[in-house]
Write a protein that binds this ligand. Structure first.
Ligand SMILES: *[C@@H]1O[C@H](CO)[C@@H](O)[C@H](O)[C@H]1NC(C)=O
Ligand SMILES: *[C@@H]1O[C@H](CO)[C@@H](O)[C@H](O)[C@H]1NC(C)=O
Ligand SMILES: *[C@@H]1O[C@H](CO)[C@@H](O)[C@H](O)[C@H]1NC(C)=O
Ligand SMILES: *[C@@H]1O[C@H](CO)[C@@H](O)[C@H](O)[C@H]1NC(C)=O
Ligand SMILES: *[C@@H]1O[C@H](CO)[C@@H](O)[C@H](O)[C@H]1NC(C)=O
Length: 475
């Protein structure tokens, strides 16, 4: 063999090896909290339909010394075919979006049934849908030290590896970037979020429903593109998500699979066993995320550790005044358990309410400082940017509204100490340098459950009724 033939062969081997690896480079990488401070849980996808690489994270305290290795589990899937009943509860039949019906039914039967005061629509559909993903990997990293930067790389050398990335395990009270309703198209806040993640402007993200618009579109390609678009943020800080109405399709399948690190992380730790509703303690805050699309009753242990986590922040895609949702169970629960703040999206605008419960409003002397409020505060931050743009619909009643902003942006939340919780909201309108548009201090010296304002017995009855309504069955 001549020297040149040898060189060509070597080159061929290198090219071949390289292209296999390049084709199967891990993507859609994102990390999450598990609810245990010394842990992070990594989720990524390898796109090749032929290769089945091992699930591995190599990590360490410097980028060239990834001396520790953790393995995990992978799930293979592509096309799903099934026969479903979807139960969609609408308060008023006229408000049912026909597009939802069209997309869901795909030529099959739909029938409606009067139930109590609501109309329930049974959508019986035979659906074939594509998850647009081939192999999803989940790995839990445990025993991490606090206040330390970890460098990590996912994948195996023979079958494609990611770049070396890093995250910081901050102790103390993190700053959370919070928003709902960010899509792949018209993600106005994305550049600002990426820059802030680079600069360490926040320590974690909470995306309160409506992601990608929609993850199942284009046989899942929109979901893939979206997950890749948030990767520069979600590989640096935990990206925590909860579902909104845009995730409902096919029984939340895309959300559940793409955020399986939430199910195996906070879902497992909190005991909910799912990514659709969960809770976690981070710093001085106990977060409770629930799904405002279905009546799910989740008896959370919010008040067990009120000494350690005095603040309770609830998260859902919607607030009580929004359409096609029913807070007749959630409302009294959040009030009774002394939730301080409820954060949501859905309306594509920004709204801050006064402390309210049911019909009662408390007007503070300073619009930006709520001192020992008797009721919880609701904040809507649903304008991170989506193809649906901004909207003026879904206003809270005028007399309850402390601030309303029609612009793109997202908020920051931080518990300063036992008594002071700080929130701010900055706009991220294209070509405009973000400027703080609103802020709020909640000062609370008496954390804890509130006197029950509702009849337990009546409430139990209501809860049972909702539980019946929320059942869905696969046949
Ligand atoms: C790489 O992929 C091949 C083909 O799926 C598989 O046989 C092999 O075990 C993988 N190697 C590693 C280290 O994961
Ligand atoms: C929405 O309301 C804001 C003021 O509250 C107003 O400035 C804006 O023009 C409105 N936009 C539309 C599209 O109606
Ligand atoms: C709590 O934080 C606030 C705001 O930073 C500060 O004014 C207050 O003194 C702090 N309270 C305690 C007890 O440290
Ligand atoms: C809420 O307000 C309505 C109307 O004022 C009242 O009838 C109802 O009893 C209140 N509900 C609760 C749980 O306080
Ligand atoms: C919907 O998904 C949940 C898990 O997230 C599962 O328990 C349930 O059986 C599914 N329902 C249908 C109709 O597929």
């Amino acid at each position: 063999m001549t020297m040149s033939t040898f060189a060509v062969l070597v080159l061929l081997v290198i090219t071949f090896t390289y292209s296999v690896a390049a084709d199967n480079k891990p993507e859609q990488i994102h990390i999450a909290y598990t609810g245990i401070l010394s842990e992070r849980i990594v989720n990524y996808v390898t796109p090749s339909p032929d290769l089945q690489p091992e699930t591995v994270v190599a990590y360490g305290s410097s980028p060239d010394k990834l001396t520790r290795k953790e393995t995990g589990t992978s799930f293979k899937f592509g096309t799903h075919e099934g026969h479903y009943f979807m139960i969609h509860n609408v308060k008023n039949e006229r408000t049912l979006r026909t597009s939802f019906l069209e997309k869901s039914v795909k030529g099959d039967k739909a029938r409606t049934l009067q139930f109590s005061s609501s109309v329930i629509v049974f959508l019986e559909c035979h659906a074939i849908f594509y998850l647009g993903l081939i192999l999803r990997h989940v790995i839990k990293l445990t025993g991490l030290e606090l206040n330390k930067r970890y460098y990590y790389q996912v994948g195996v050398p023979d079958n494609g590896t990611s770049d070396v990335m890093s995250f910081f395990t901050k102790d103390g009270n993190p700053v959370f970037a919070i928003y709902g309703d960010m899509g792949y198209v018209n993600a106005v806040s994305l550049d600002r979020l990426k820059k802030e993640a680079d600069d360490g402007g926040f320590d974690a993200v909470i995306h309160a429903g409506d992601l990608a618009y929609d993850m199942y579109e284009g046989d899942g390609t929109i979901g893939n593109e979206f997950m890749n678009s948030i990767q520069p943020i979600a590989t640096k800080v935990p990206y925590m998500a909860l579902p909104g109405n845009h995730e409902q399709m096919y029984n939340f399948t895309h959300f559940v699979h793409r955020f399986s690190n939430m199910e195996l992380g906070v879902g497992q730790t909190s005991g909910s066993g799912t990514s659709l509703w969960w809770s976690m303690d981070i710093g001085l805050i106990h977060f409770v995320a629930f799904d405002s699309e279905v009546y799910h009753y989740y008896r959370d242990k919010a008040n067990q550790n009120r000494e350690r986590t005095p603040w309770i922040v609830s998260l859902a895609h919607k607030a009580w005044f929004m359409e096609k949702t029913d807070f007749s169970v959630f409302g009294p629960l959040l009030h009774k358990y002394g939730v301080d703040l409820h954060l949501c999206g859905h309306a594509h605008n920004y709204q801050r309410l006064y402390p309210t419960y049911n019909d009662s409003v408390e007007y503070p002397t300073d619009n930006h400082v709520y001192v020992n409020p008797k009721f919880k505060t609701v904040i809507v931050a649903g304008s991170a940017g989506s193809p649906e743009k901004l909207s003026n619909w879904t206003h809270a009643p005028e007399r309850m509204s402390a601030k309303y902003i029609y612009d793109y942006g997202y908020g920051h939340l931080q518990a300063m100490n036992q008594t002071h919780l700080y929130w701010s909201w900055e706009n991220t309108h294209e070509n405009v340098r973000p400027v703080m548009q609103d802020y709020l201090w909640i000062v609370q010296e008496h954390h804890g459950p509130r006197p029950s304002l509702f009849d337990e017995e009546q409430y139990q009855g209501l809860k049972e009724l909702k539980d019946v309504k929320s059942e869905s069955v696969e046949v």
